[in-house]
Design a binder for this molecule. Structure first.
Ligand code: SF4
Length: 313
């Protein structure tokens, strides 16, 4: 039997999973939409991975990361549950050991991670404004009636990107409508949107951060060549992207799982009856929102309470 390690990165928009061997080679991977249902997203993800893992490999350790990492960690009996910053840094360092700056733009959030000598020295995350994220690109593509997959290539045809206000989604959207009405070419507007995503990112998430090459750009938006080129134009630096850039968090946490105690992972574990339930603690004016996870109708974990009085377990 050859040993394999499973990493799951579950975000609000997408759920990513990889299975690696002992040398960090990816044996199987899957990328699906979370669709506001992390429990079912992970069930589907595991079904895909189970089909693709080579028959002579067995998963002996599991790691989870992403916004629903704890929920999914409990469900899968994960050996390690880590925040996204650490997971992305470890995943990226496994492929680019000299990396100094990681730009990450996902569906609904974005982050910057600064690394020195293989150690995270600083980071910042943006979860408040959608203007510098994939969700903004998708909504603008829809507005312009363009498939978001064609967005990047179309941007490359522009010789004169339209300037689009980048401060926030609302400003950017109204500015875009105005620019389209006064006759700017579609490819110029598309290139302008890519630049506005980059400007928003640099002026918000990366504000005050020292950007040092080598720079690796990852997350779903790194697949958009228009945004990659806009980053190169604005930062005047080479931007490295990776075919597996959207899987770096899952890869990182799979690598971390290698250090944990080994036990054979049963892919059928998720056939058990899992459900989540929200409660509001009314024992003080804080009214904490508590999320409980139930396995076969019994609460196995709960979080969100700011003090012991609200503990459900
Ligand atoms: S969990 Fe604690 S802090 Fe939160 S509402 Fe209940 S008593 Fe108040």
């Amino acid at each position: 039997m050859n040993k394999a390690y499973l990493g799951i990165d579950i975000g609000s928009i997408s759920t990513k999973g990889v299975i690696i061997d002992e040398n960090n080679n990816i044996l199987a991977s899957s990328y699906i939409w979370t669709l506001a249902d992390p429990v079912n997203a992970v069930k589907k993800l595991l079904k895909n991975l189970k089909q693709d893992i080579p028959k002579n490999y067995t998963v002996v350790s599991v790691g989870t990361t992403g916004s629903a990492r704890r929920l999914i960690g409990i469900m899968t009996g994960a050996n390690v549950i880590k925040n996204e910053i650490t997971a992305h840094a470890i995943g990226t360092l496994s492929k680019y050991k000299d990396v100094k700056t990681i730009f990450e733009i996902g569906g609904q959030d974005s982050k910057i991670i600064l690394i020195n000598d293989g150690i995270v020295t600083d980071y910042a995350m943006n979860t408040l404004c959608a203007a510098g994220t994939g969700a903004f690109l998708s909504s603008q593509a829809k507005r312009l009636n363009i498939d978001v997959k064609d967005f990047g290539k179309m941007a490359l045809n522009s010789k004169n990107p339209t300037k689009i206000a980048a401060r926030c989604t609302v400003f950017a959207e109204s500015d875009l409508v105005h620019k389209a009405q006064i006759g700017h070419k579609k490819e110029d507007i598309v290139a302008g949107i890519c630049e506005s995503v980059v400007n928003n990112y640099l002026n918000n998430v990366a504000k005050g951060k020292k950007i040092t090459p080598p720079i690796v750009f990852q997350g779903g938006v790194s697949k958009n060549i228009g945004v990659v080129k806009a980053f190169e134009k604005i930062t005047k630096e080479k931007i490295i992207t990776d075919d597996n850039g959207h899987l770096m968090g899952a890869l990182g946490v799979a690598i971390l799982a290698k250090k944990e105690k080994e036990e054979i992972f049963d892919f059928d574990i998720l056939n058990l009856d899992f459900e989540t339930k929200g409660y509001e603690c009314k024992k003080c004016p804080n009214h904490c929102e508590i999320i409980a996870i139930k396995k076969n109708k019994k609460i196995v974990d709960a979080w969100g309470n700011r003090c012991e009085k609200g503990s459900l377990i």
